[in-house]
Design a protein around this ligand. Structure first.
Ligand code: XIL
Length: 336
């Protein structure tokens, strides 16, 4: 009788195996209970959910409370743009960007770097350069200095932003880069970027490239196809997705999957939708969820009062930081 109080070795092992097997069955039956935040829910499918953040709001308690609860990817709204980071030639200012990176690191959030080469928010000293050799060396130095400063801290860089025209031509827009360096300025930027940080994903980012039938979309698609065929480094395409009240074009998922089929990740990088209808937000998120290489979604701000689209109420939280109806639609579309 006395001996039976001691558990024999073999049944203990068997019990351990049984417990592990039971756990596996439970996990198979319930692969993931619904999460209660955007970031956690997106993570269940291996995706991220991000927002644009201006450094100036990191002292706003309500704002930061929502930021750290809901979002696991951050894009600096303006702080990594050329007019901030190199306001005069060779004089770099990474302070505002650094404050956002520090916040992200302290709260387990990853960063999208935005943006290295863009015709807008470009200081006058760059746009007034008049010769190709100077501009090429200035552009390459800008990419090199900024990417080196943030090396190891950025998940993906928008290397070139908004280089295509809206005129139906499917060609590049006029800019100092295009006008002095020609079509090759984009691949020059990507090659330089790869040489500086080979572990950051390198993205081309633009707006109005969500409709598969638009010439601008076709222009960007042909560029990516050409880059992939010639070995020019490119890892991802960002679809800004600044939508009107109707939300995404009906072909949006087709566009995402056609780009993904070229061998790049696709991401929704600056989502906002005039008046934020639940249907429009839900359709946008579903399009991404249905494309395995759509790796994440970033909204361009948290509360309507944080939006650059003043008066359009395009975001997921109201001015007081309360969740709007579209928030629930997004959480549901993410699988929650
Ligand atoms: C916007 C910012 O939200 C504003 O604060 C700023 O005044 C202008 O730029 N496409 C982009 C973003 O790639 O960088 C822009 O952000 C919105 C359009």
């Amino acid at each position: 009788m006395h001996r039976k109080k001691f558990a024999p070795r073999r049944p203990t092992v068997a019990l351990g195996m049984f417990t592990a097997a039971s756990l596996a069955v439970i996990m198979a039956a319930e692969p993931s209970a619904a999460a209660s935040t955007l970031g956690a829910q997106a993570a269940q499918s291996g995706r991220y959910f991000g927002t644009a953040v201006p450094a100036g709001k990191l002292g706003d308690g309500t704002y930061v409370g929502i930021l750290d609860r809901e979002f696991n990817m951050i894009t600096p709204e303006n702080e990594m743009k050329w007019d901030t980071t190199e306001p005069s030639r060779g004089s770099f200012n990474f302070g505002p960007g650094d404050s956002i990176v520090s916040h992200a690191q302290a709260h387990g959030q990853r960063m999208r770097g935005h943006t290295l080469v863009w015709h807008s928010q470009l200081p006058g000293w760059v746009s007034s350069i008049g010769d190709a050799n100077t501009l090429r060396s200035v552009m390459d130095n800008h990419i090199t200095q900024e990417m080196s400063h943030y090396k190891g801290k950025i998940y993906a860089w928008d290397v070139v932003n908004e280089a295509f025209a809206d005129d139906g031509s499917g060609r590049h827009r006029s800019s100092v880069f295009q006008n002095l360096l020609g079509d090759g300025f984009i691949e020059e930027a990507f090659k330089t970027a790869r040489s500086v940080d080979s572990s950051a994903k390198l993205c081309y980012n633009d707006y109005s490239i969500e409709d598969w039938n638009s010439p601008k979309t076709q222009g960007v698609y042909n560029m990516v196809k050409d880059f992939k065929s010639r070995g020019v480094p490119i890892d991802c395409v960002g679809f800004q997705s600044h939508f009107g009240t109707g939300g995404p074009p009906s072909s949006f998922q087709t566009t995402l999957s056609n780009f993904a089929a070229l061998g790049v990740d696709v991401q929704i990088t600056e989502l906002d939708i005039a008046q934020a209808s639940s249907t429009a937000y839900g359709n946008t998120v579903k399009a991404c969820m249905n494309v395995s290489r759509c790796t994440g979604i970033t909204v361009w701000g948290i509360r309507d009062s944080d939006s650059w689209r003043t008066g359009e109420n395009p975001l997921l939280f109201d001015n007081n930081g309360n969740k709007k109806a579209a928030y629930s639609a997004v959480l549901t579309a993410l699988g929650g």
